[in-house]
Design a protein. Sequence first.
Length: 137
Amino acid sequence: MMMGGQEDANSGMLADINITPLVDVMLVLMIIFMVTAPLLVPQSLDIHLPQTTGVRSPQSLKKDRLTIGASGRLQINGHTIADELLPQHFKTQIDDENYTLSIEADEQVRYGRVAEVLAIARAANVSKISFITTVAR
């Protein structure tokens, strides 16, 4: 009798749901959506920027290139200038609000010499100062 009872329990149908095919189908759908989603998004944007007329071209900007040689000698745009004439030169150029002074110093120049030139430029109210550097190879 006990044997018959065990056989009836083993011969019955299973009530569990097999979710393996469901997971497989969901993974395939997820991969399909991941591949096709970037194709649905537009790759470019139409942007209409406003037109301006009050902008100065880069050619109208006033720039000076001040070079400090290894001996401390000053040159502006390739022309040698004395320290005494430097403030006068800056005051004649400062009328243009877009005036920019670019400083290039030799690597042998003392820092104090560069600081002197910066002090002269600041005393003459030069507000836009940039440094030109070179990369050592």
